[in-house]
Design a protein around this ligand. Structure first.
Ligand code: TRP
Ligand code: ZN
Ligand code: CA
Length: 437
């Protein structure tokens, strides 16, 4: 919101400088109250790479892979789920059995939007057993994860309901995505207006391939790449070889992006995209060298931005500006190893429920923060744990912003920050805290 406003002002200033706009006409600077379609964000590729680094570490610590039925797969699921839960998504773990082992799909719903019109985005999170699977398919998994986190950061309120999926056992024949689609009641299937798939989007010798299964979805991706002047081709390297196939087979429109696997880049393709002709798009496809070194950052960056562009455009959302905030700056002493103390904030004038992304800024001065248990208490008494005590958290002070899914709480009323010091020797006080709706 503030971005588009400042861009508008910048544009108006440029026009004024160019003599095209009278600087004495204040109406020209008025910002329309009806929010225009929000500008899709530039997804920070560094954040996407940070997720890939985590997936690489998970593989390294779990026998070198993140394959179905192996400990590295479940650890990958836990990592992604933790990020989404903290950002206010409603997550569901779906289990299935394949080859005698438990598999997992992770489904994440962004609260809001039309429940009868769902835009779904997915990626497979499993690797083959041969390696860590960072391009195949850490790349798609991290790209959609960071886009989901950007949805949360923007407070996006799209017209459509947004749902994200991380599939298990794709490498065993799209087992997880087939299981999801097969177990979706017909009425629920009918609500999915489109499914976007991202399987391999950071290939080291990349191509820019767009699925051509549905013309409207294909167009959105082509439009994006046109804005950054990157030529694309239709994806033909094994149509139906990824998780969009089960969706397409039940009549759901599908789209997606792909940067190439074991096919060879032609001279013509190297001419327009750079890279090396006569070499595979991904020489480490399905092998042990598919590590965090097996990523082309530019391809990962462009494709991640394209994902955000597609979701913002197809979700056709509007953002709401950050809601009102309420603060209590009165100090409250926290007795050493004593009873819990509270600091109240009275919220009024906010209609309806609190958001799924209620922000809680906490500032506690303390000589050993590990002693402290901190909760947010809603007006009806429901407590949300912000922080547990920990015997090895030996830093001082708690200066942090927490995001709480408080969508089941009525906003108006007296909220409390509740703090208890559960161990002897160190003391402090609540300095201030703030709620932003
Ligand atoms: N799904 C394949 C895998 O994970 C990769 C792949 C090959 C692919 N061809 C494709 C993905 C075409 C999407 C489109 O091994
Ligand atoms: Zn694969
Ligand atoms: Ca103490």
């Amino acid at each position: 919101m503030s971005f588009s406003v400042s861009r508008r002002l910048a544009a108006a200033t440029a026009l004024a400088v160019a003599g095209l706009l009278s600087t004495t006409a204040p109406a020209a600077l008025a910002v329309p109250t009806a929010a225009a379609a929000p500008t899709p964000p530039d997804i920070p590729v560094a954040n996407v790479k940070a997720h890939l680094a985590q997936l690489q570490t998970i593989a390294t610590n779990n026998g070198g892979n993140r394959a179905h039925g192996r400990t590295g797969y479940k650890a990958s699921i836990d990592y992604v789920k933790g990020k989404l839960d903290a950002a206010g998504f409603t997550t569901t773990l779906q289990t299935f059995t394949s080859s005698g082992a438990t598999g997992y799909n992770l489904i994440a719903d962004w609260p809001g939007g039309d429940p009868n019109s769902v835009l779904m985005t997915g990626a497979h999170l499993d690797s083959v057993t041969a390696g860590p699977g960072i391009n195949d398919n850490g790349s798609g998994s991290a790209g959609i994860l960071e886009t989901a986190l950007a949805v949360s950061r923007a407070g996006l309120q799209p017209t459509k309901h947004l749902r994200f999926g991380w599939w298990g056992a794709e490498e065993l024949g799209m087992v997880g995505s087939k299981y999801y689609v097969n177990n979706l009641p017909a009425a629920e299937r009918a609500k999915i207006s489109g499914y976007l798939n991202f399987d391999m989007i950071g290939s080291p010798n990349p191509g820019y391939f767009v699925y051509d299964d549905d013309p409207a979805l294909e167009k959105v991706f082509k439009d994006y790449f046109a804005t950054v002047s990157i030529p694309t081709e239709i994806e033909t390297e094994g149509d139906g070889r990824s998780d969009h196939a089960p969706f397409k087979n039940v009549g759901i429109p599908v789209g997606g992006l792909f940067s190439g696997a074991d096919y060879t880049k032609t001279a013509a393709q190297a001419q327009k995209w750079g890279g090396t002709s006569g070499q595979a798009f991904d020489r480490c496809y399905h092998s042990s060298c598919d590590t965090s070194a097996n990523i082309n950052d530019t391809a990962l960056d462009r494709n991640s931005d394209a994902i955000a562009y597609a979701i913002w455009t197809l979700g056709a959302g509007t953002t709401v500006p950050p809601g009102p905030s309420f603060e209590n700056t009165a100090d409250v002493a926290i007795p050493d190893a004593g009873a819990a103390v509270t600091s109240p904030i009275t919220v009024s004038g906010v209609t309806g429920n609190a958001p799924a992304t209620l922000k809680v800024d906490v500032n506690i001065v303390h000589t050993w923060r590990g002693d402290l248990v901190v909760d947010l208490v809603a007006p009806d008494g429901t407590a949300y744990r912000l922080k547990n005590s920990s015997s090895n958290d030996s830093a001082d002070n708690v200066v942090a912003t927490y995001t709480v899914n408080a969508s089941s709480e009525v906003a108006n009323g007296v909220w409390k920050l509740k703090v208890q010091d559960v161990a002897a020797q160190d003391t402090g006080y609540i300095n201030s805290w703030k709620l932003t709706f």
